[in-house]
Every structure is written in structure tokens, then in C-alpha cells.
Design a protein. Structure first.
Ligand SMILES: [Zn+2]
Length: 256
């Protein structure tokens, strides 16, 4: 089981998809619930609101100045969790309230819902070195205004680590965490103070090397520079350098 907080969303998915053609959703929900949780009708049908614990990430020496980058990083995780839960519940063809908020054709909504449900399912397996990387981050990054190329660049980072194709690949890689942590790092870079000190991005921009769960901040910054017009504009404004050149490296992408 992926964790206590996931039971409510899988119970909600199990109840939502009770029609013909929804078996894939029910199967994914069932493998994440105990037999008792499947039977438990008292559990409210509610999304997981979650919580963020900051104290372990704020050092005494940095003090209050360290809060903002940590908050931005953690809000990135909150954003992906909320999006995935909402999308997982948004696949029923005949649910008019969902159709109003979604803007997608019913068939596309159903596919996005399935990708989000697979993302939720993959939480139980994030440290499996062979994990099939969940495709839902393509939906996520495009929904928050980034490019498909940026999402593909982050997938490539995770896949290269999985295949040990990079210099000094990390032992004990958790590919699922790797993709999710790149969300936290990118949010900190996209929203934080780029003119600040190295520790204005969390984890620290300069001295944070990759570990089993986090890509290097510089790798995520590179993906943003190559693929995010918004980030390039922020960098231009922060450092007064105009991008009058074409970036030479063609970042390859992984298609879902
Ligand atoms: Zn994180």
C-alpha cells in the first residue's frame, strides 16, 4: 500500500468508476486497498488534503530566509498531488460537472484520468529501479504552462539514471521520487528569487549533487533553460542578459 493518505482517493476512484468500460480504474484502485478498506463504507469520499512539514528543512543558521524556497518546493509537490487526484476523478463520460471544468473531449478526459490514476498507483512502487515512469507528468507540466519538451527532458533525466547512462549514477535510485522531486526543484526555480543566494533555491543550487531521490538542481535548471520560455525570461530579467542566441544542445525527449 502506498500510504495511509492514499486510501481515501482510491476508495473514491473505486466508487466513481462503477460502469462498463471502467475496469482499469477499478483494478488499479483494488490493488491499492486492503479488503477492509474496500468494504469500509464509512470512509468519506474525499480527496487527500495532505500536510507539509517544514521544520526538518530549515536550518538554524539560515533561519527565516530559508523558508521561502522550501515552501515553493513543497507547494510543487502539493500541486502535483492535487492535480493528479482531481484528474483521476475526472474521467467519467457522463459527468457534466467534470466536463465544465476540464475543457477536454470525453475520450481525452478518460485517458488523462487513467494516466493520473496510474501515477497514484505508482506511488507504491517509487523505489522500484525498473519502475515504468508514469506518463502523467506530461499532463502536469503542460497544465501549469510549461512545454512538453520540458517534461520530456525531466523524463530523460530519470530514464538516464535508471539505465546508468550518466556520469556517477546514483545507487539506490527511486525513479518515481526522482520525477516528483524534479517538480519541487523546478517550482523553486520558476517561482523563487533568482537574484538571491545559492540557497534561495531548495535544495541548494550550487552544492546539491544528485541523490537517489533528487536530480541535481543544475540538471533541472538546464532542462528549464532549454525548454521553458518563461524561465529564460525570468533569467533574462534577473541577470540582464538577453538570449540572442540559439541554444546549441538539442535535448532529446521521451514520448509517452
Ligand atoms: Zn521534495
Amino acid at each position: 500500500m502506498p500510504g495511509e493518505g492514499y486510501a481515501a482517493i482510491f476508495q473514491a476512484i473505486h466508487r466513481e468508476y462503477d460502469s462498463e468500460g471502467s475496469q482499469a480504474f477499478r483494478r488499479l484502485a483494488e490493488r491499492n486497498l486492503t479488503s477492509q478498506e474496500l468494504l469500509d463504507e464509512k470512509t468519506p469520499e474525499a480527496l487527500n488534503s495532505g500536510n507539509i512539514v517544514l521544520s526538518s528543512y530549515i536550518s538554524k543558521s539560515v533561519g527565516i530566509a530559508g523558508i521561502e524556497p522550501v515552501m515553493l518546493h513543497e507547494l510543487g509537490h502539493a500541486c502535483s498531488m492535487i492535480r493528479m487526484q482531481n484528474w483521476a476523478m475526472d474521467g467519467q463520460k457522463n459527468n457534466p460537472s467534470h466536463a465544465l471544468t476540464s475543457g477536454l473531449a470525453p475520450a481525452e478526459r478518460m485517458l488523462r484520468a487513467l494516466r493520473a490514476t496510474k501515477w497514484l498507483d505508482s506511488a507504491r512502487d517509487r523505489c522500484n529501479p525498473e519502475l515504468e515512469l508514469p506518463e502523467a507528468y506530461f499532463d502536469f507540466w503542460q497544465a501549469v504552462g510549461e512545454t512538453r519538451g520540458f517534461a520530456g527532458c525531466l523524463y530523460q533525466l530519470a530514464a538516464d539514471n535508471q539505465k546508468q547512462l550518466i556520469d556517477r549514477a546514483c545507487p539506490g535510485l527511486c525513479p518515481g521520487h526522482y520525477l516528483e522531486e524534479s517538480v519541487g526543484i523546478a517550482f523553486s526555480l520558476l517561482l523563487g528569487d533568482l537574484k538571491g543566494q545559492a540557497d534561495s533555491v531548495f535544495p541548494n543550487t550550487c552544492d546539491h549533487v544528485r541523490d537517489g531521490q533528487h536530480p541535481m538542481v543544475s540538471d533541472v535548471a538546464d532542462c528549464l533553460m532549454q525548454n521553458s520560455p518563461r524561465f529564460r525570461a525570468r533569467m533574462g530579467a534577473a541577470y540582464h542578459c538577453q538570449a540572442k542566441f540559439t541554444l546549441p544542445r538539442n535535448v532529446s525527449t521521451v514520448s509517452p
